[in-house]
Design a protein around this ligand. Structure first.
Ligand code: CO8
Length: 258
């Protein structure tokens, strides 16, 4: 595997685990970290031997935001010419299911990265926030859009305008995270969920992700039609034949991801 300086990359069976590893900066997301994370997960996306990915940080911080020190002295034309952080768009185009395992701070770009994943499993010590307003800016990696879709206008406005952090329980109540688990178990729980996903047919899981994401991009009628057409198309797959045969024969399916 490629040498990475800011992340740790492991493969556990059919599950990929990427750990942000800049503890000295609470995993602040500088350009190098973005490039390495996107490269690592893109490789997993293309690897037929990986069926799901977990992205995590450390116990204290999933990620405390974009790297403020790297950004602070940039001018408008630096930001624009470099199309600062455009690479995150590649992350959102990944087809493989990606789970965020969040312990500690997920702030600013850290919260936005967690929301770019397909779902979030949070440790009970997790703290989510979009405190950019305290820095004289606003969320720049999709936070004003994805947070609003996740928790609704009232709470998104509250968080983005005041910079208030919310804890794991409030995040679960608001629909930002799918599960809250004891902080020390968050990576293991996310890996277990990823193993379940990776045991399914990879192309079907990727299409299911695409269908759910379509709910955010289309109206209801088009979304339902999109889903039905994908459903129809799966009857051309070997995994549909295997899955339905296994049900009738009262055995576990053995998907070959085709
Ligand atoms: N960037 C750079 N360094 C950071 C960051 C960060 N976001 N967060 C923490 N660090 C560093 C600190 O500077 C410190 O380093 P040093 O020891 O060298 O001074 C080290 O990490 C430890 O941090 P603290 O000493 O501050 O630890 P505390 O436990 O006291 O506090 C907090 C933890 C509350 C998380 C605090 O560090 C904090 O408030 N961090 C900043 C949070 C923040 O404002 N995040 C938003 C950043 S802006 C952003 O994400 C915009 C994204 C969109 C960009 C899109 C561009 C197109």
């Amino acid at each position: 595997m490629t040498e990475y300086t800011n992340i740790l990359v492991e493969k556990r069976g059919r599950v990929g685990l990427v750990t942000l590893n800049r503890p000295e900066a609470l995993n602040a997301l500088d350009k190098a970290t973005m490039d390495q994370l996107v490269a690592a997960v893109t490789a997993m996306d293309a690897d037929p031997g990986v069926g799901a990915v977990v992205v995590t940080g450390s116990g204290k911080a999933f990620a405390a935001g974009a790297d403020i020190k790297e950004m602070a002295s940039q001018g408008y034309m630096d930001m624009y010419a470099a199309d600062w952080f455009r690479g995150w768009e590649d992350f959102t185009r990944l087809r493989i299911p990606v789970i965020a395992a969040v312990s500690g701070f997920a702030l600013g770009g850290g919260c936005e990265l967690a929301m770019m994943c397909d779902f979030i499993i949070a440790g009970d010590n997790a703290k989510f926030g979009q405190p950019e307003i305290n820095l004289g800016v606003l969320p720049g990696m999709g936070g004003s859009q994805r947070l609003t879709r996740a928790v609704g206008k009232a709470k998104a406005m509250d968080m983005i305008l005041t910079g208030r952090f919310i804890g794991a329980e409030e995040a679960e109540r608001s629909g930002l995270v799918s599960r809250v688990v004891p902080a020390e178990d968050v990576v293991e729980e996310a890996l277990k969920a990823a193993e379940v996903i990776a045991s399914k047919s990879k192309p079907v899981a990727m299409l299911a992700k695409e269908a759910v994401n379509a709910a955010f991009e289309t109206g209801l009628a088009q979304g339902v039609l999109f889903e039905r057409r994908i459903f129809h198309s799966l009857f051309a797959s070997e995994d549909q034949k295997e899955g339905m045969a296994a049900f009738s024969e009262k055995r576990q399916p053995e998907f070959n991801h085709r």
